[in-house]
Design a protein around this ligand. Structure first.
Ligand code: NDP
Ligand SMILES: O=C1OC[C@@H](O)[C@H](O)[C@H]1O
Length: 426
């Protein structure tokens, strides 16, 4: 079993330790089917579903039926279908969760939508911008009763993200830095993340979060990719795939965004001649972001010009339910008439946000133990049921822009765009 498969057990362990009983399901609960016996599905769907009265995970299909049966048994899923098509065509299913490899997102999401199913689609939504425009502007989504489709960029549904955004005005953002990494050895070189034909690459994978967070903070699209530096997966594996990526962007307000991801972090210890190949467990872990705001001028004080500048840091922006902290660092600055800094005073306030603050989040404020995935499921169900919900959502045009940025970044690096599905529709 690859190390990454252990993710299956982490959530189950947490549920067991916290002794959280499954809620009683409502008569009109939505029935979900899962495409593939994917590692992420327990975290992203089956565990959050236990506490949702309007969600029942009823079916799964895998390429190999025995594998699907073992998975169904482990996760308490009653129906196992022969194949993906049979799952999608099961008329008793309302919603499909699509955690297939990136390169198969387009094809199977479109099939599911055409079968009238609502789709919760794993990130990145598809392989490239061409697929994104085709999918999210497809006629199947234009009818008044069109199914719900959303890209499962789960961190965007957690209240911590929204509270962070409420602390500044995007036009004042001067610099954003977003970083994340995973120690070497967690994903093998032949993981779906490093298969070009499946739209693998650190930029489509972890880079989805870092680029989308950067865009979300600027609330706009970059005017230029200033630099794009990939590190290919190590020799012996698909050299068209990046294991790590760093890039910088210029935004319309003049601000600069930087991001870096590494799916195989190594080194950083003493005696590098011996240790530089060892997995690194702390660099940019957990993933973090910082937002530097422009200085504000406050007028003269004691013959000096008084300014202030704020920097906001969200530690663990991707998994705030596990732990997170928003630091608000304010620097008071006094300058003389030549602009030199005469005095500086720093102060830091910190915040943690696990449920929607008063006056936000709609009817349900959530629970402090809800994961990003649980908040995401709440909104998905709200949309399907026609309820307003918290307002946290990812619009289709937003998912298109996200893929456009990924394409532009690969182009800047001189790399191939991730391949377009053979079944692309105009
Ligand atoms: N939201 C989040 O936090 C996370 C999201 N993800 C996203 O979820 C998706 C799946 O990731 P993950 O669960 O880690 O991946 P897995 O490899 O565990 O699952 C992918 C599934 O795709 C199926 N599959 C179909 N065709 C292929 C193929 N040609 N090669 C390999 N697998 C195939 C396999 O299904 P079968 O069982 O039928 O053999 C497998 O179960 C990705 O898009 C990834 O970006 C991943 C991790 C975290
Ligand atoms: O949440 C995540 O963390 C690790 C990544 O490789 C994965 O695909 C991503 O979605």
């Amino acid at each position: 079993m690859p190390f990454s498969s252990w993710i299956n057990y982490i959530g189950d362990f947490a549920e067991w330790v916290s002794r959280r009983p499954e809620v009683r399901k409502k008569e009109d609960a939505l029935r979900f089917g899962i495409l593939g016996a994917a590692n992420i599905a327990p975290q992203a769907l089956t565990i959050p579903a236990r506490s949702h009265a309007e969600v029942i995970v009823v079916a799964v299909a895998a390429r190999d039926k025995e594998r699907a049966e073992a998975y169904a048994k482990r996760h308490g899923i009653p129906i196992v279908h022969e194949n993906y098509d049979a799952l999608i065509n099961d008329s008793s299913i309302d919603c499909i969760y699509n955690p297939l490899p990136n390169g198969l997102h387009y094809e199977w999401t479109l099939k599911a939508l055409k079968a009238g199913k609502h789709v919760l689609l794993e990130k990145p939504s598809v392989s490239n911008a061409e697929e994104a425009r085709s999918l999210f502007r497809h006629p199947v989504l234009q009818s008044p009763n069109a199914p719900v489709l959303v890209e499962a960029s789960h961190y965007r549904f957690h209240p911590a993200w929204h509270v962070l955004l409420s602390l500044f005005d995007s036009k004042d953002v001067e610099e954003v830095d977003v970083r994340g990494s995973i120690p070497a050895g967690i994903f093998s070189g032949d993981d779906i993340r490093f298969q070009y034909d499946l739209a693998g690459g650190s930029l489509t994978d972890f880079g989805h979060y870092t680029t989308s967070a950067m865009r979300g903070i600027f609330q706009s699209e970059p005017v230029a990719v200033m630099s794009a530096t990939p590190r290919p997966i190590y020799k012996g594996f698909d050299q068209r795939c990046d294991e790590a990526f760093a890039a910088t962007y210029k935004f319309p307000n003049g601000g600069v965004g930087r991001m870096s991801v590494d799916l195989g972090a190594r080194g950083g210890y003493w005696f590098p001649w011996l240790t530089s190949n060892w997995p690194c467990f702390w660099r940019d872990m957990p993933p973090w972001l910082s937002v530097r705001l422009r200085e504000e001028k406050h007028g003269r004080q004691n013959g000096l010009e008084h300014f202030s500048q704020r920097t906001l840091v969200l530690n663990n922006f991707m998994g705030p339910h596990i732990w997170h902290r928003i630091d608000i660092v304010t620097t008071a600055i006094w300058r003389n008439s030549s602009g030199e800094i005469v005095e500086e005073k720093k102060s830091t306030k910190s915040k943690k946000v696990y449920t929607w603050p008063d006056g936000t989040g709609g009817e349900n404020r959530g629970e402090d133990w809800w994961s990003t995935y649980r908040y995401q499921l709440e909104e998905f169900v709200n949309r399907v049921k026609g309820r307003e919900g918290s307002g946290a959502w990812i619009e289709w045009e937003e998912s298109i822009k996200q893929m456009e940025l990924i394409d532009q970044t690969y182009e800047k690096a001189g790399m191939l765009l991730r391949p377009t599905s053979k079944v692309l529709e105009d």
